[in-house]
Design a binder for this molecule. Sequence first.
Ligand SMILES: [Zn+2]
Length: 187
Amino acid sequence: MRCPKCGSRDDKVIDSRQSRDGSSIRRRRECLKCKYRFTTYEEVERSDLRVVKRDRTHEPFDRRKLAASIAKAFEKRSTSLLTLEDMVSEIVHHLETSGREVPSSEIGAKVLEKLRRIDEVAYLRYASVHQRFQDVDQFVDAIHTLGRRIKTNALQRELFSPETMQEKSVPAPARSRDNAAKNHGLL
Ligand SMILES: [Zn+2]
């Protein structure tokens, strides 16, 4: 494998790890020339899996795109990289075994189902970006879906920090959003 840093083709594998469901293998490699360490993945090629988007156009399924969107939801969270990798592998395995075409909404639903069990903040982040809440009621519904496990302080800090609010375009006016959150004990 060509070193991403110096371009040398000589490397050694220093660690090999199979995902929990056995559908992919992750290898940690070290470049013999410059000692740079990088990771490669090996998995069965399924080039025929296609995603049907909201506007009904199709595109080839892209594992890296899925992994990146999940990683984004976990930004600055303490969840380990290996947990994320397992999660991506499980979702990909599910998609590959359920047909050749998969609606993007089904991918989103599957991701949310997993996130809900792992990290509620990541769940809400992902939902707010990918489900595009139409109004505050949908947002509150998403919170309710989490049930009582929610950690109020963590959620408040993450979701209502000025930094986060700028990034996300929550369409509801700030006032009603805050009120709704207040009513549900979030603020
Ligand atoms: Zn190198």
